[in-house]
Ligand binder design. Structure first.
Ligand SMILES: Cc1cc2nc3c(=O)[nH]c(=O)nc-3n(C[C@H](O)[C@H](O)[C@H](O)COP(=O)(O)OP(=O)(O)OC[C@H]3O[C@@H](n4cnc5c(N)ncnc54)[C@H](O)[C@@H]3O)c2cc1C
Length: 428
């Protein structure tokens, strides 16, 4: 039986979420923490995001991705947080007292580590052509936008000269600008939904400022090319997403960049028996980011896809705080108190957290959610309990699916709830 190394806390993933979670736990008294990161560097996806726009909320400054993550990496030497780079977490097992993390690295080979608590911070990956089934030939020149960003910004390779972008998520928008600045011609950005998938500031700064047209309610219906992409067909779609005959536009391009969504990386979570929410593809969590598997916490893009890293940091710090509290008290949350389940109407895609243990809420709980369509007129976000009584409401002038919303629910309001369900809806 190999010697199993023990920690108070293991954080899986050394991106902005993992860094802030580990620092949050250290600040709250843990001194035996390990960050496991499969890459050779800390910083996660931010290492390839050399554009600015990070940190406006958290630091009130505009930083590049590497500058933002460096602020947290620089704090590590002041703590006793250990880092295992180039180390892949292969498996996670959960038992009553210990969480077992199986890891592999070229330096140390296969090892089993264990800790009292684990924080999942593995981020997310991009949806691929296979996920959305675009017809056409299997020519070279079709890249995920984030993969192209890695080639251009880190490896120093230009991925194409004449480019079309499918999907208007933030990664695709950023790459439309990046490819233009590097000398490529970006002919269009095509979005199947009737609204953009990315932040408004990115639509303005990455498309409009460079005269790149955005076609909403359009998609790519064919890709032609013998070896490399030569031509794509773009068509308008109806309300059901079906291509409309006669609307074909043909673009002669050599490159297609896909920005068609991100999927939280939850293979480890699933194997450990952590219940997932099909709406977020991330773990179901309580108010303190603890998953329904005791002692396993989650934060950042592995929990739900964020548009701003600042919220990732705040969420991860609170997960770190909660994990420290769990370790120090052997589970500080009273499990026997009332648990509220958050439900949504059809206008809201999901909430995080999905469950609230009222006894664990000190002053208030922050609820994050996304709307499923554009609300251009002033509307109210309303929370009702099972007796249909309005518990809280919040006004918004407008809301967009691309921008994550959040509200604070004070504990005294939660205590008034009749029943165990709270439904969030939008009233126009
Ligand atoms: C192209 C792009 C542009 C963006 N632009 C902006 C912007 O302008 N402003 C802004 O605020 N936000 C922006 N964001 C969003 C922001 O970068 C993310 O919200 C943030 O990086 C998420 O942090 P994370 O730690 O959850 O995930 P990640 O940064 O993805 O980090 C996850 C880490 O976990 C590691 N990992 C995964 N699985 C394992 C495993 N099994 N074992 C060990 N390690 C593992 C990965 O290697 C990675 O380092 C952008 C994101 C992208 C992709």
């Amino acid at each position: 039986m190999q010697n199993i190394k023990e920690y108070q806390l293991i954080v899986i993933g050394g991106g902005p979420a993992g860094l802030a979670a580990a620092l949050g736990a250290a600040k709250n008294g843990l001194n035996d923490i390990l960050i496991v990161e499969r890459d050779k560097y800390l910083g996660g996806i931010l290492n390839q995001c050399i554009h600015n726009g990070f940190g406006l909320h958290y630091f009130k400054e505009e930083l590049t991705g590497p500058e933002y993550s460096k602020r947290f990496i620089d704090l590590l030497p002041e703590t006793s947080i250990a880092v295992a780079l180039d180390t892949m977490a292969l498996n996670l097992e959960n038992s009553e007292d210990w969480r077992y993390v199986h890891v592999m690295s070229s330096a140390d080979g296969y090892r089993i580590l264990r800790s009292r608590a684990v924080i999942l911070a593995m981020g997310c990956r991009e949806r691929t052509r296979m996920n959305i089934q675009i017809p056409g030939t299997r020519a070279a020149g079709i890249f995920n936008a984030g993969q192209a960003q890695l080639y251009v910004n880190i490896e120093g390779y230009m991925v194409g000269k004449k480019v079309i972008i499918l999907g208007s998520g933030d990664v695709g928008l950023i790459m439309a600008r990046r490819m233009t600045l590097e000398g490529a011609e970006v002919v269009a950005c095509v979005e199947v939904m009737p609204y953009p998938g990315g932040l408004n500031r990115n639509i303005v700064q990455c498309l409009q400022d460079f005269d790149i047209p955005l076609y909403l309610s359009h998609t790519i219906t064919d890709i032609k090319g013998q070896n490399r992409v030569e031509q794509v067909t773009v068509q308008e779609v109806d309300q059901n997403g079906k291509p409309i005959a006669g609307t074909e536009i043909y673009y002669d391009v050599d490159t297609v960049l896909l920005s068609v969504g991100l999927i939280p990386e939850n293979e480890l979570s699933r194997e450990a028996g952590v219940p997932l929410d099909p709406r977020t593809s991330g773990p179901i969590v309580y108010e303190n980011k603890e998953t329904l598997a005791q002692g396993i916490f989650a934060c950042g893009n592995v929990l739900h896809v964020h548009d701003l890293v600042d919220f990732v940091t705040e969420e991860a710090e609170s997960a770190g705080h909660a994990a420290a509290c769990f370790v120090q008290s052997g589970g500080c949350v009273k499990q026997d108190g009332k648990i509220i389940s958050l439900k949504t109407d059809s206008n809201i895609g999901y909430t995080v957290p999905q469950q609230i243990r009222i006894d664990d809420v000190e002053k208030a709980v922050r609820v994050f959610f996304r709307v499923r369509k554009i609300f251009k007129e002033p509307s109210r976000i309303v929370f009702r309990d099972q007796s249909k009584s309005e518990i809280a409401s919040f006004k918004r002038l407008f809301m967009f699916p691309a921008e994550m919303e959040n509200v604070n629910l004070p504990r005294q309001l939660l205590e008034k709830i009749s029943g165990t369900e709270l439904t969030v809806s939008v009233e126009e």
